[in-house]
Ligand binder design. Structure first.
Ligand code: 13P
Length: 249
């Protein structure tokens, strides 16, 4: 049985004060630990204050990105040890916005995955096709490449130590959600890829989240699907009551 994960990716939103306000709302509104792993990913300026606020709660904190090196001359970057030090336990890696606007590749995603695991952060590795790739019939090729290359050489971990998020690029911030059939098709394909590279127990234990215009109205249907183990939520995670509704779903 996989414990579902509901993670809010706040992207480049929320000042420190706004971040604390939002997390207060989520914390007060959701007090039922155990059934769901709840994660919030504030911008890096708010990781520490949010983590401090949530210290004794059942809500965890994620960074939205990281560098694969531990320290050094990489202006503007933060690394896994810094993220841990700031109080986060998760990190989003390879989000399509990073791939699209900051030229991240499967190779850099893979380096980040290795570093995250080495430093005890749970990576949420994002994969997903563009509309053009889907329409050209390249959906499976793209997903397979992103999953296999992203996970290359990653072996010694427990199933709960990594998370994959399927986020079709055409569904992000567009209000256009994948249908249940589309989402389940890709999630079960990802599961089949995991079976190729890991033993049954591990392949069955890794959580695969859906992301892309998930909201309080469509969450229950998506989350009921056999291979959808939670959600990575953008826009709807910025409103405490909406995020709580999704957690309850
Ligand atoms: P939206 O929920 O705003 O579509 O964003 C999804 C996403 O990119 C989460 O990482």
């Amino acid at each position: 049985m996989r414990t579902p994960v509901i993670a809010g990716n706040w992207k480049m939103n929320m000042t420190v004060d706004q971040a604390i306000e939002l997390v207060k709302g989520i914390h007060y509104g959701y007090k039922n630990p155990g059934q769901v792993d709840v994660v919030v990913a504030p911008p890096s300026t708010s990781i520490h204050p949010v983590a401090q606020y949530l210290k004794d709660s059942h809500i965890s904190v994620a960074a939205q990105n990281m560098h694969w090196e531990e320290s050094g001359a990489f202006t503007g970057e933060i690394s896994a040890p810094f993220i841990k030090d700031a109080g986060a336990d998760y990190v989003i890696i390879g989000h399509s916005e990073r791939r699209q606007y900051f030229k991240e590749t499967d190779k850099t995603v893979n380096k980040k995955m290795h570093s995250a695991i080495k430093h005890d952060l749970i990576p949420i590795m994002c994969v997903g096709e563009t509309l053009g790739e889907r329409e050209d019939g390249r959906l499976q090729d793209v997903i397979q490449r992103q999953v296999m290359d992203g996970l290359d050489g990653i072996e010694s971990f427990a199933a709960t130590d990594i998370i994959i998020a399927y986020e079709p690029v055409w569904a992000i911030g567009t209000g256009k959600t994948a249908t249940s059939e589309q989402a389940e098709e890709v999630h079960s394909f990802i599961r089949s890829l995991l079976h190729k590279i890991h033993d049954t127990k591990k392949a069955n234990g890794i959580r695969i989240l859906y992301g892309g215009s998930m909201n309080s109205k469509n969450a229950a249907e998506l989350l009921a699907l056999p291979n959808i183990d939670g959600g990575l939520i953008g826009g709807a995670s910025l409103v405490a009551s909406d995020f709580i509704d999704i957690i309850r779903s």
